[in-house]
Design a protein around this ligand. Structure first.
Ligand SMILES: C[S@@+](CC[C@H](N)C(=O)[O-])C[C@H]1O[C@@H](n2cnc3c(N)ncnc32)[C@H](O)[C@@H]1O
Length: 276
């Protein structure tokens, strides 16, 4: 472990969860199951199977989301961005943000942030030799605390543009927790030219199926229930940012590398915006 990393507490003074409760399903571990990982438990696998059965095309959506991550990170790197803060990063999988960025840039700086202690443990183990990359535990609902974290401040120059990744995480933030306010606080903290890369669960393509799926989640012991949002609600999250072409689109349609079917089912909106 490189010097300094062991000084980082898994938790800071804020009351974030630190216990590994494996009896209830957690988003990071559920995603890990869907992506073929090994860091999941029976509760995650059980819920994962129920959702796959109730919501056709959901596995394709999860995979399309990871492909979107790659394209969006490549885009940000091509736009001159060298630092990345991936909030709600999930368990390490193949092609993580730092690996994609390192293929495009000489020395990208990458911060991974997640609320789940398993993500922090596995992330730190994976990234022990990954260069300018750190993993911190944090809560997207408290962006100031993430940005003030000593490890983040050591790595990220907030006077320079940064890409903030919010993939599949804001749908764990309820309306009363003010997702728009969170976005405006993130926007205010980053330099002009910064990018916000976002994907968000939606039922716009098939509201009844999505409602059925959310009802399954609500009947299950879970650490967080996801909340789909409409196109208009997602668009409001980008307030005062310039949304780049092609706009907010089904996740597989954001600047695809190859032709994609326009009538494919989708469960995630995706978009990339630039702070003017
Ligand atoms: C659905 S996964 C998405 C993972 C990855 N970003 C992706 O798109 O593949 C959601 C992640 O957000 C994390 N998460 C949920 N609520 C969070 C919060 N309030 N703050 C930070 N991370 C959170 C979960 O632990 C999980 O790792």
């Amino acid at each position: 472990m490189p010097p300094g990393r062991e000084r980082t507490p898994v938790t800071d003074e804020h009351p974030l969860p630190t216990k590994l409760n494996t009896n209830i399903a957690h988003p990071a571990r559920l995603y890990d199951y869907w992506l073929g990982g090994k860091d999941n438990f029976a509760a995650d696998r059980e819920l994962g199977e129920k959702i796959l059965a109730a919501q056709p095309g959901s596995l394709e959506s999860v995979r399309a989301n990871r492909e979107f991550l790659k394209r969006a990170v490549r885009h940000a790197a091509a736009a001159g961005i060298r630092q990345f803060i991936d909030i709600g990063s999930g368990l390490p999988t193949v092609e993580n943000t730092h690996e994609i960025a390192q293929r495009c840039l000489a020395e990208p700086r990458v911060v991974y942030v997640d609320i789940d202690p398993i993500v922090i443990l596995h992330g730190r183990a994976l990234l022990a030799d990954a260069g300018s990359t750190v993993v911190v535990q944090g809560d997207v609902r408290r962006p100031e605390r993430i940005f003030k974290h000593p490890d983040v401040r050591q790595l990220i120059d907030f006077d320079q543009p940064v890409a903030v990744l919010l993939l599949g995480v804001l749908h764990y933030v309820a309306e009363e927790q003010d997702p728009q306010g969170i976005m405006s606080r993130i926007r205010d903290a980053i330099a002009p030219g910064s990018h916000v890369i976002l994907s968000h669960l939606t039922g716009d393509d098939d509201p009844r199926t999505m409602e059925g799926s959310i009802n399954i989640v609500k009947r299950t012991p879970v650490s967080a229930v996801s909340l789909p949002r409409t196109y208009d609600q997602v668009e409001r999250l980008f307030e005062k940012l310039d949304i780049l072409d092609p706009g907010i689109v089904p996740v597989h349609q954001w600047r695809p590398d190859r032709p994609v079917s326009m009538d494919r089912r989708f469960w995630l909106w995706a978009g990339v915006a630039r702070k003017p």
